[in-house]
Design a protein around this ligand. Structure first.
Ligand SMILES: Cc1cc2nc3c(=O)[nH]c(=O)nc-3n(C[C@H](O)[C@H](O)[C@H](O)COP(=O)(O)OP(=O)(O)OC[C@H]3O[C@@H](n4cnc5c(N)ncnc54)[C@H](O)[C@@H]3O)c2cc1C
Length: 427
């Protein structure tokens, strides 16, 4: 089969790898508009479930990815004016640029034709291909050309964020909340390679405007953020990937859903098909899952139409719940003032329950009360609240079971178990 993939992000590259692994006779070209080695963003997090899928699909690249990932353990929530809390759990971080280099090298070794500086803005340029895979990200040009078939809906989040990095190591996933003169601002920080950590800064638009961050020259804005997050940075600098603009490229996260993911021989995968807010840290993993699922469907069916129908149905179904969780997580951060005055232990419980439909619909205090009641009636301790007791009695670290196994949501894994009360409420 002649296949054209547009976009050498995780989705496009991994689809090419998965297809070549299944059948080396496929002729696959990956078109990437950027030069080799350039990408946006810094490090991304992932969990063992991704490593397991990678290993099952292509053990060679899985091993290299594992070798270049760093492990972070535990989560820290640090609210200004309160003692930080630390919980167990853990995952991996990897440099996005390194991940793409590994996938590119592997695709080339398998015989994929990866063409950089090759922008494809119209499917007409790919008339030779039997299958065209639009893996060109959230702003997909190919999707726009067939918008009437895909029915994309994009919703911009309220909050402003910027994806920065720092040389300060963050061996635990850290949520740091600081109080500024214009409102709360927070970071999501974790190590992704030796001596480098992702440092995403997020805040309400009022805070962003009140601090004048949109108009401030990039260097001045970075220095201002370094002052605000001085405690978390411990003397380390913040760095931005973008050197082109005069101001920092603050964004509002765009949540994308599509009514359909394929139209004739064109199929959407990864961020071109769906996005999930970065506070559940799963976009890369879902992009790779799409790639694996599409390769499996194409190889399972003799008819391309049937394969794309099956891929579309199965993956849209798999994504529905994750996108719903991601939206709730984004909204939780947009409604931070509802939760942050609760004090760290209870606040951490609320943070961990941020995908809960019940929490979204009732006052936080009622949620906390009901959750405690539910857990005590079911004869189970509520780990974050149990940790709150320990914290009040002077023990700052909860040493119980990892939260994922204790039935509580960790930061992120899309497979994570919901908290017990949500499960009771959602049936
Ligand atoms: C702040 C932030 C933090 C995140 N953190 C995490 C995390 O911790 N863990 C995680 O799993 N995910 C994370 N994500 C999500 C993750 O980055 C994306 O979901 C993932 O990159 C999607 O992969 P993709 O291949 O579909 O798209 P992309 O990575 O966007 O790749 C698309 C590629 O297509 C190319 N392209 C675009 N248009 C064209 C064209 N016309 N012609 C040719 N090429 C084109 C682009 O240059 C790009 O290389 C985060 C996202 C954000 C914004």
């Amino acid at each position: 089969m002649r296949i054209a993939c547009v976009g050498a992000g995780p989705a496009g590259l991994y689809f090419a790898i998965a297809m070549k692994r299944r059948d080396p006779s496929h002729e696959i070209v990956v078109h990437e508009r950027n030069p080799a080695g350039t990408t946006h963003g810094w490090g991304v997090v992932f969990w063992d479930d991704l490593l397991a899928s990678l290993t099952a699909t292509d053990p060679d690249s899985a091993r290299t990815i594992a070798d270049h990932a760093v492990r972070w353990s535990g989560q820290v929530v640090d609210v200004e004016g309160q003692p930080p809390l630390h919980y167990e759990g853990g995952g991996y971080g990897i440099c996005r640029r390194r991940l793409l280099e590994i996938l590119t090298e592997r695709a080339l070794a398998l015989g994929v034709d990866v063409r950089f500086e090759s922008a494809i803005d119209d499917i007409a340029a790919l008339a030779e291909a039997d299958l065209v895979v639009a893996a060109d990200g959230v702003a997909s040009r190919l999707r726009q050309h067939r918008a009437e078939r895909f029915g994309p809906q994009i919703e911009a989040g309220r909050n402003k964020y910027i994806w920065l990095a720092t040389t300060r190591p963050f061996p635990s996933f850290t949520f740091g909340f600081v109080r500024t003169r214009a409102g709360w601002m927070w970071c999501h920080a974790y190590s992704f390679k030796d001596g480098m950590s992702t440092f995403i800064v997020e805040c309400a638009p009022e805070t962003w405007a009140g601090l004048d961050l949109g108009a401030m020259p990039a260097d001045a804005a970075l220095r201002e953020l370094e002052v605000l997050f001085a405690k978390h940075l411990d003397g380390h600098r913040l760095v931005s990937r973008e050197s082109r603009s005069d101001t920092l490229p603050w964004l509002s996260f765009r949540t994308l859903v599509n009514r359909s993911w394929h139209a004739d021989r064109l199929v959407l995968i990864g961020d071109a098909a769906h996005t999930t807010h970065f506070t559940i840290g799963s976009g890369t993993r879902l992009a790779i899952d799409d790639a694996i699922a599409l390769a499996a469907a194409v190889n399972r069916h003799d008819s391309l139409d049937h394969a794309l129908d099956q891929f579309d149905t199965d993956r849209r179904r798999a994504l529905a719940g994750i996108q719903r969780d991601a939206r709730r997580s984004a909204e939780w951060f947009e409604n931070l003032p509802r939760y942050i005055h609760h004090g760290t232990p209870a606040f951490f419980t609320l943070l961990l329950a941020r995908r809960s439909r019940l929490l979204q619909r009732m006052p936080a205090k009622t949620y906390l009360y009901l959750r405690g009641l539910y857990l005590s009636l079911n004869g189970r301790a509520a780990p974050p609240l149990a940790a709150a007791d320990a914290q009040l009695s002077g023990k700052h670290r909860w040493r119980g079971e990892p939260l994922s196994r204790a039935g509580l949501p960790m930061h992120t894994s899309p497979n994570e178990t919901r908290d017990p009360l949500s499960r009771a409420g959602e049936g």
